[in-house]
Design a binder for this molecule. Structure first.
Ligand code: 4NP
Length: 169
């Protein structure tokens, strides 16, 4: 993505609707939503932004986030807000203003379902907000990793979501 500063506008009357997407909706995207909401609250924007998360796959629909992700979030001072996994659907293109894939594969899968340029333009990868020094170009999938992988994802998403909130007015 370009480095051109873009500001996303929001108001109580017309909240900005943001959807975080990963593969299973039990690790990265629910964490991104929790961390983003914490950053919104800090910025006093929580009433002006509506959030949700979902997965491209349907294997975990109806499940709580992975317990290893919940433990990593707890170690960093965050708690689960009750989200249960759901699968991305084409309806999400009309229900959300911004659709945020966590990795390149999620991005390609979402774009393959987009039918218009307007729908495609809603898709902005999470990596847009990574710190310049981050050794990643997408949010790594921690599912097959040990606990440290989950902490890494929380720390990366904590920095990225804080930066994202700085672009919301
Ligand atoms: P997520 O992680 O996309 O960050 O929720 C995964 C969860 C489940 C699977 C893969 C990744 N899975 O293969 O079931």
């Amino acid at each position: 993505m370009s480095d051109t500063p873009t500001f996303f506008s929001c108001s109580e009357e017309k909240p900005l609707r943001v959807l975080f997407v990963c593969l299973g909706n039990i690790c990265r995207s629910p964490a991104a939503e929790i961390l983003f909401n914490a950053a919104l609250k800090k910025a006093g924007l929580e009433a002006k932004v509506y959030t949700d998360s979902c997965g491209m796959g349907g294997w975990h629909v109806g499940q709580k986030p992975d317990r290893r992700m919940l433990a990593a979030l707890e170690r960093h001072g965050y708690e689960w807000g009750g989200h249960l996994a759901r699968q991305f659907s084409r309806i999400d293109f009309s229900e959300f203003d911004l659709i945020i894939p966590q990795d390149d594969s999620n991005k390609e899968d979402i774009l393959s379902l987009a039918l218009t340029e307007e729908e495609k333009a809603k898709v902005i990868p999470m990596s847009r907000w990574f710190p310049k020094t981050a050794p990643f170009r997408e949010v790594p999938d921690p599912y097959w990793d040990g606990a440290r992988g989950f902490d890494t994802v929380v720390e990366l998403l904590e920095a990225a979501t804080a930066e994202f909130v700085r672009e919301i007015r």
